[in-house]
Design a protein around this ligand. Structure first.
Ligand code: 9W4
Length: 431
């Protein structure tokens, strides 16, 4: 089968891409530590990784780390909008087969995934690094002949994990998998710190609005909601939380937030952020009760937390700029919808900071190493990374932050019934 060596928007952007990758490297100490620690042993020698994950500057540092550890990689993006074209160009310039560009059609998206399956020498993939189970589903549905050669799948998201578990329960799964999202460091960084750092960035880039003194309503007080609420609080906003879970509601109250229903809060809020993981959270009745030019956005994974369809069907729209739509309601008032309901930090800003992604991607690399090197240890099914590996990810970030870790004495370790060098907590421990 002959195929192009790569397909991207414009190779001339390579120099600009390399510059942002270099800056990202400095903010990704976990990946650099892994390069230093494992680079010589090449634990991924022989791995042929097909990767499907947003082609961003941070992913570039991930891809180049996998290569330094000995892997061959071919890569596509997991979202038609998310490719940073200059980054894709920089990777191609280094001979890495990238099939991704910003603004792919749905057909092109599938074509790009297909290009990652067979390597230039004719050998097929033996590892998958997936996001939302896109690539795994393609192989399972269209290329089952490749399945027996696949040693492992590492999956980035909770929605991908759900699909893998469904496949396992249906007896269809044929590969050991590691769900990276069950790792504590990955999840905390992406959901809490990542959102805390980027939600305001998204809203500010979209609207330039002052947040101090504003009433901000955050729906959902899980890790994402907690991160968002804390960012607004630090900015001087008055934050109201809505919750269905009494434990989260109580937590929110203990943090000093007012907790009430959206039916109440919709009249008061000036900025609304959904972060529930559910659907139909902000709907017509809420919109019609909101104050003039209320800002509405989502930080959850799916846009259906906001009833965007109702707005599109029942209000007239002015496009202020990319990612900012101003709706005129039947009552004459206006609503600003950001990012068409997509996560506002992604649609209107650059997503999580590189340091956050270093924690996420260091977890991915260790999951790839685990699966590729411990075939006997991982049965067909969906596994978590061992806690020692989770601790290794955290450890790899300490030096850069100037953190001095305390060492347990042998006696203290004995008293706690653990090893001196970890794992420090049982699997059920909640951080
Ligand atoms: N990005 C993205 C970019 C633009 C965009 C409809 C038009 C997720 C995680 C990481 O999804 C990502 N534009 C959109 S949706 C959308 C999404 N629309 C919506 O109307 C505009 C994405 C992981 N990540 C970081 O967070 C930082 N570095 C990373 O690799 C990246 C991108």
């Amino acid at each position: 089968m002959s195929k192009p060596a790569h397909k991207i928007a414009d190779i001339n952007l390579a120099e600009a891409g390399r510059m942002v990758i270099s800056l990202a490297e400095n903010e990704m100490p976990g990946l650099l530590k892994i390069r230093a620690k494992y680079g010589a042993n090449k634990p991924l020698d022989g791995a042929r990784i097909a990767g499907c994950l947003h082609v961003t500057k941070e992913t570039a540092v991930l891809v180049e780390t996998l290569i330094i550890l000995g892997a061959k990689v071919q890569w596509c993006s997991s979202n038609i909008f998310s490719t940073q074209d200059h980054v894709a160009a920089a990777l191609v310039k280094c001979g890495i087969p990238i099939y991704a560009w910003k603004g792919e059609t749905d057909e092109e998206f599938v074509w790009c995934m297909q290009q990652t399956l067979v390597f230039q020498d004719g050998q097929t993939l033996n590892m998958i690094l997936d996001d939302g189970c896109n690539l795994a589903q393609l192989v399972y549905s269209k290329y089952p002949q490749y399945l027996s050669g696949i040693i492992g799948i590492t999956e980035e998201t909770s929605s991908g994990e759900l699909i893998l578990n469904r496949m396992f329960n249906a007896g269809e799964l044929k590969t050991p998998c590691i769900s990276v999202n069950t790792s504590v460091v990955k999840a905390k960084f992406e959901n809490f710190y990542g959102c805390r750092e980027s939600v305001i960035d998204g809203i500010r880039r979209a609207t330039d609005v002052m947040l101090a003194g504003k009433v901000v309503v955050v729906s959902g007080f899980g890790d994402v909601g907690k991160g968002c609420a804390s960012a607004f609080k630090m900015f001087g906003s008055r934050v109201i939380i809505t919750e269905v879970d009494p434990i989260n509601a109580l937590q929110a109250s203990m943090e000093g937030y007012e907790v009430t229903t959206l039916n109440e809060a919709c009249k008061e809020g000036q900025v609304f952020v959904t972060a529930t993981g559910g659907r139909q959270i902000l709907t017509s009745n809420h919109f019609l009760n909101m104050r003039e030019d209320a800002i509405v956005c989502n930080m959850g994974h799916f846009s259906h937390e906001i009833d965007c369809d109702w707005l599109n069907e029942n209000a007239t729209t002015d496009r202020i700029k990319a990612g900012v739509s101003r709706y005129t309601l039947s009552n004459g008032r206006h609503i600003l919808l950001l990012g068409a309901g997509s996560p506002v930090n992604l649609a209107c800003a650059s997503g999580c900071p590189s340091f956050v992604m270093s924690n996420v991607f260091a977890t991915q690399v260790l999951a790839q190493i685990e699966l590729f090197n411990n075939k006997a240890k991982y049965s067909i099914g969906v596994h978590s990374l061992p806690k020692k590996r989770d601790e290794e990810v955290a450890l790899s970030h300490l030096e850069k932050l100037g953190i001095k870790l305390t060492q347990l004495t042998i006696e203290q370790a004995k008293y706690l019934g653990i090893q001196q060098d970890g794992p420090y907590k049982p699997n059920h421990y909640r951080y």
